[in-house]
Write a protein that binds this ligand. Structure first.
Ligand SMILES: [Zn+2]
Length: 473
């Protein structure tokens, strides 16, 4: 099919991408017998436990139609389907409320990932009393017999063909399909909306869990996996590459989901892909509203986090340097990409000379607003070809712009790969803003150094659920 950045749609086979390195995590998906291969599984519990089934908030219906297969003109929404076939039988009545609870948890997980209030819109059918959970579940989850389905395994493609034949291909709908038989779990990416000709905007999953079903549904919204973009290597910070442990969404606000800055978008695959997405814009979601509690937040702009605005080798006013000079890390191959970066396609580089009597630093030019007494955690990824020492600093200013004090983190010796460094501190009395700095102290290492920075984040720990800082990735 034709490909262009914002309309990228392709199957994402969860088992295929993960099989080699993550085999132990796929017990739910690769159980030895077909009879055990689908249905409920262990739920992810990071960064903290999800609400128990009886207490998970009920999402409810945002679009109600008489015929779910023909919701003409309806509010854009996710249609949830229970798929069954003759080989296993129709167990809709036994499972419909459990599946509805998983859907409620998927919505809870999106909302609880950040300090923004944002939810899925779900489609329901008329004819049920949705004031009761039994009625809501049956209005939300629609059964569909997969006529061509059979044991031991029915491919997701067979499920989709059946749905299309039954009319489930509306432009105002994306589909979340729970199979009551062995299948594969995958999804098509539809970042700009619902179904169009030749594409079925659906997530099919045999795993009735927030981790897998939520992961596949986020693919439909446009999310990619969590990549170390320069090398294409996966890392495991969230539901997009750690669904067995994690229900949370893009903890760095820089891979695919940033509800704080809807004009920002992020590369969802390694280079040379140019596909960019910010899932927070998807029409099947409510508009994000600041601020409630959640697992995570960020006080920086997308440009401060990712350094993508200026071309490699050029200057950038996003940063200010003392005792050295900086540039967007130059290219060494593709002219639009920095030679080295963690996320996106670019990073920033401090060029400096280190020695026993030399100090230098690179700071974000603009100070972030803070509140005295709250705890903040700064994250950044750093690398250098030399084992050079650096420190993260949070310099606190009052409302008049006078420096009050500086919190300096541990001295770290950089490596040639991108590692995440952090420091945590509490804003002192009268603090109103903070300057973020990577300091290069006097040291025995002597010579010209190039230090690269990428993937910055300033987390307001006090504002998070239970006052916990974003966990380390
Ligand atoms: Zn996936």
């Amino acid at each position: 099919m034709p490909r262009s950045p914002f309309r990228t749609r392709r199957p994402r086979t969860l088992t295929a991408v993960a099989a080699a390195t993550l085999a132990t995590a796929l017990a739910v998906l690769s159980a030895p017998t077909a009879a055990l291969a689908w249905g409920p599984g262990t739920e992810p519990a990071q960064p903290y436990a999800q609400p128990s089934m009886p207490t998970v908030p009920k999402r409810g219906c945002q679009s109600t139609v008489a015929n779910p297969a023909a919701p003409t003109g309806a509010t854009p929404a996710v249609q949830v389907i229970y798929a069954w076939h003759d080989g296993v039988g129709n167990n809709y009545e036994a499972n419909v409320e459990y599946i509805a609870k998983v859907v409620d948890r998927i919505d809870w997980a999106l909302d609880e990932s950040t300090n923004y209030d944002q939810h899925y819109n779900f489609s329901c059918r008329t004819g049920y009393d949705t004031s009761t959970y039994a009625g809501y579940a049956r209005a939300l989850v629609v059964p569909e017999k997969i006529d061509a389905g059979a044991n031991p395994n029915t491919p997701a493609s067979t499920v989709r063909s059946d749905l299309v034949s039954a009319g489930y291909q509306d432009s105002n709908r994306i589909y979340l399909v729970f199979t009551d038989f062995a299948s594969n779990s995958d999804a098509y990416q539809c970042p700009s909306g619902g179904n169009s000709s030749g594409v079925h905007c659906s997530a099919v999953t045999e795993s009735w869990t927030t981790g897998v079903a939520g992961h596949e549904l986020l693919h439909v919204l446009g999310a990619g996996h969590a990549w170390m973009a320069e090398t294409g290597a996966s890392y495991v910070p969230d539901i997009m590459y750690g669904w067995w442990d994690n229900w949370n969404t893009d903890p760095g606000f820089r891979s695919y989901y940033d509800p704080s800055e809807l004009s920002a978008s992020f590369y969802i695959d390694p280079s040379p892909s140019t596909a960019k997405v910010n899932v927070a814009n998807h029409p099947m979601l409510t508009a994000p509203v600041c601020c409630d509690v959640g697992a995570n937040n960020d006080l920086l702009t997308a440009e401060q986090r990712t350094v993508e605005a200026a071309t490699p080798g050029s200057s950038t006013s996003t940063f200010t340097t003392s005792g050295g000079w900086h540039q967007v890390t130059p290219a060494c191959g593709i002219s639009t990409n920095s030679c080295t970066y963690f996320d996106g396609r670019r990073s920033v580089q401090l060029n400096t000379y280190t020695g026993p009597s030399n100090t230098s630093s690179i700071s974000l030019t603009n100070r972030a607003t803070v509140t005295a007494g709250r705890t903040y955690k700064l994250f950044t990824r750093l690398r250098s070809g030399t084992a050079v020492n650096t420190q993260l600093q949070l310099a606190w200013y009052n409302s008049g712009g006078t420096l009050l004090s500086t919190s300096t983190g541990a001295t770290d010796t950089l490596a040639s790969n991108w590692l995440e460094y952090r420091t945590t501190a509490t804003a002192p009395a009268n603090a109103a803003s903070v300057r973020i700095t990577v300091n290069v102290p006097a040291q025995s290492t002597t010579g010209n150094q190039a230090i690269n920075l990428d993937s910055l984040q300033l987390n307001d720990c006090t504002a998070n659920t239970a006052g916990t800082c974003r966990y380390d990735t």
